[in-house]
Design a protein around this ligand. Structure first.
Ligand SMILES: C[S@@+](CC[C@H](N)C(=O)[O-])C[C@H]1O[C@@H](n2cnc3c(N)ncnc32)[C@H](O)[C@@H]1O
Length: 281
């Protein structure tokens, strides 16, 4: 599901394109987010959230994010993964990651992520020549045309999250069982349901409602037909629930009580939390 990529519009979404400092390209809410820069690493420990439904989550819809979500769901046993994101750059980093896993060593892969974060010449960083041969043409063209824009500089550097990186063993597992082609839906969370045709075991809305709490109830409601009875919608939140979010989840708990239960899962090690909705009807 791909709208037409328009790099002219994409470039307008960035300011200070010649500035060399990574992280300067904050996409303010009033800017178009359709091309906002992607994360190269998840700021969440995805072993926690994907572990909550290990081996039962075969059909998964997840935010694309840094691309790590799909990789970790695959490691946790998913066999059908669709992803969605408001920005096309998220799909680009996902395609780079899957392209790189089959071509590079673990050490090269790790260095690639750091370089993509720091360097606005994505197509020219070390080893990207090998990866570019191995990614879809549209993504390849997009990356080439966005030369000199920090399209992968969102969040912090990969070195800031050593525990969130794939381990060497996880990387090698993915090398031996590459993940199946996935459908990318270029949409915000509120409208993603318009593009869905199947029921999933798990839908992961990692780290979104923090920014748009008012979309919590309509989004969860719209996704009910797309999660199977007994299945889960998981909203990982990387920080302690802000009062605005807590209030929305409380309202959702009351409003959806005829068809869902809502609870909180907490990771003992990292203290990260996730709101977990289970469809009961
Ligand atoms: C909020 S960010 C946080 C980083 C994320 N935890 C990760 O692991 O990549 C997650 C992703 O959500 C996307 N996003 C933010 N708001 C969204 C929305 N309303 N609908 C769909 N995607 C959204 C961003 O483009 C980003 O790729």
């Amino acid at each position: 599901m791909l709208k037409k990529i328009d790099t002219k519009v994409a470039k307008q979404a960035y300011t200070n394109a010649s500035d060399k400092i990574a992280g300067m390209y904050v996409s303010h809410p009033d800017n178009s987010l359709a091309y906002s820069h992607a994360y190269v690493i998840s700021n969440e420990n995805l072993r926690f959230t994907t572990g909550l439904t290990r081996n039962m989550a075969k059909k998964v819809l997840t935010i694309t994010g840094s691309g790590d979500q799909a990789l970790f769901y695959s490691l946790a046993g998913a066999t059908h993964i669709d992803t969605f994101d408001v920005t096309y750059c998220a799909q680009a980093i996902f395609n780079i990651k899957t392209g790189a896993i089959s071509k590079l060593t673990y050490e090269e892969y790790s260095a690639l992520l750091s370089n993509l974060y720091k360097n606005p010449h994505s197509a020219r960083v070390e080893n990207m020549d090998k990866v570019m041969q191995n990614i879809p043409t549209q993504t390849k063209q997009f990356i080439q045309e966005m030369d000199n824009y920090y399209i992968f500089a969102n969040g912090l550097s990969p070195e800031s999250y050593p525990n969130n990186m794939l381990t060497k063993a996880e990387f090698e597992t993915l090398q031996h069982s590459p993940i199946q082609p996935i459908k990318f839906i270029w949409s915000d969370a509120m409208h993603v349901h318009e593009h869905l045709t199947i029921e999933y075991d798990v839908i992961n809305l990692s780290n979104i409602f923090e920014w748009v709490p008012e979309s919590t109830i309509p989004t969860l409601e719209s996704l009910r037909p797309h999660v199977r009875i007994g299945g889960y919608i998981i909203a990982h939140t990387s920080s302690i629930l802000a009062p605005k979010n807590a209030q929305q989840f409380k309202m959702a708990q009351e409003k959806f009580k005829d068809w869902a239960t809502l609870g909180i899962a907490r990771d003992k090690n990292s203290d990260e939390i996730a709101v977990v909705l289970q469809r009961t009807k």
